[in-house]
Design a protein around this ligand. Sequence first.
Ligand code: FMN
Length: 448
Amino acid sequence: MSDTARQLALNLFIYPGGHHEAAWRYRESEPRRVLDIRYYQELARRAEAAKFDAIFFADGPSLPENVRYSSRVRFEPLTWLSAIAAVTERIGLIGTASTTYNEPYNLARLYASLDHLSDGRAGWNIVTTSDAGAAQNFGLPEHPPHGERYDKAREFLEVVTKLWDSWEDDALLADAESGVFADVGKVHRIDHVGRHYRVRGPLNVARSPQGRPVYVQAGSSEDGRSFAAQHAEAIFTAHQTLASAQAFYSDIKARAVSLGRAPEHIRVLPGISPYLGSTQAEADRLEEEINELIQPAASLEQLRRLIGLDLSGFDLDGPFPRHLIDTDGPRGVASRFQLVIDIVDREKPTIRQLIRRMAGARGHWVLVGTPERVADEIQRWFVQGAADGFNVMPPWLTGGFDAFVAEVLPILRKRELFREEYSGRTLREHYGLPRPASEFAQDRRLSA
Ligand SMILES: Cc1cc2nc3c(=O)[nH]c(=O)nc-3n(C[C@H](O)[C@H](O)[C@H](O)COP(=O)(O)O)c2cc1C
């Protein structure tokens, strides 16, 4: 794909209430609609009308501690996306599911079903679950260590890939005349026996329109990056600076190429949380107004989750106690830990300044300015090897998203950086990704 044809991939990353941790309190938000499916169906239809590639739901099988002050309830992603699939046609549907707290056979059925229900729009955000609190919900004494989670994730992915391939594309015949429903020669047991899983298969859902859901991943640690370079087709990531995003981008692409993969078959999508105003001052005022709604207790709990340090007893307007950071100690979310430490070392903030920095989008890029400035920055990251597109993270919903669509998209389209119309129907077609053939079909043809 020559540079001229290269266009942005844009996802709407939906966080109930918005990505700013206090957004649910903002005068334009609708906090009571957080469990109203029509609210999300409407939002998904708006993202589709704006020709976005996909909507994305994050997930963790546990309730975070700071629910007293934060909008933290959410539906289970596949259930949520299925209700949205029914009222949309083209928008991709990406949901998170954990390889640590799920069984491969069940998960394979869920995503194959969503891909069928949506005529090929399913994407799976593959996480090992960063929140240690989940372990107690699954009878585990403690959250498995990082390396072990990734070891299990590699085998988990191998099993579900075989299950999604266990029906060849033309195995389902449904031929009433001959009475043959399926060509059993093209339906395969997987007979997987591994360190973590024993799965016979085949799957009880025939092969879905995309063959397999789009493999999405969001790890940034060494384990996370090598997993992503091997398997991911889209990678979500959090960066504060162009330089850090460029370093991540070229590292991931280089790793993938060294594994024989085509760099264009991996979309690197950093998060961006835009605050728009007709002037810079107006945009700054908007960010300030929402920051004013912050409740330190909620922010300090969020910070504890990210860096493993409880600062609740400290003077908020005092300096961040850098000396307490034990770089070899507990790290919360590995890559986010480093991101916070980089902010502390670079900007020497007070605790209040730091929680304001993190409240916007948990370490993702917060961009405050006029639509032109936001479009310029998006273009800069896109053309300077830092991104293939973005996860758009509206600070509050739905106004924060509507403003981006109304004011920034027209500028990106004028610069031919974003599609006017969908050219495909499936998420793979939106991202420009190949449709994988069934491994069993390839083996059968080779052995024929
Ligand atoms: C955009 C984005 C979305 C994420 N969504 C989730 C999620 O839904 N659930 C989850 O447990 N972790 C999520 N994470 C965290 C990652 O899966 C991962 O645990 C984290 O980036 C740490 O990377 P590591 O696994 O390489 O240590 C997300 C990260 C990013 C950047």
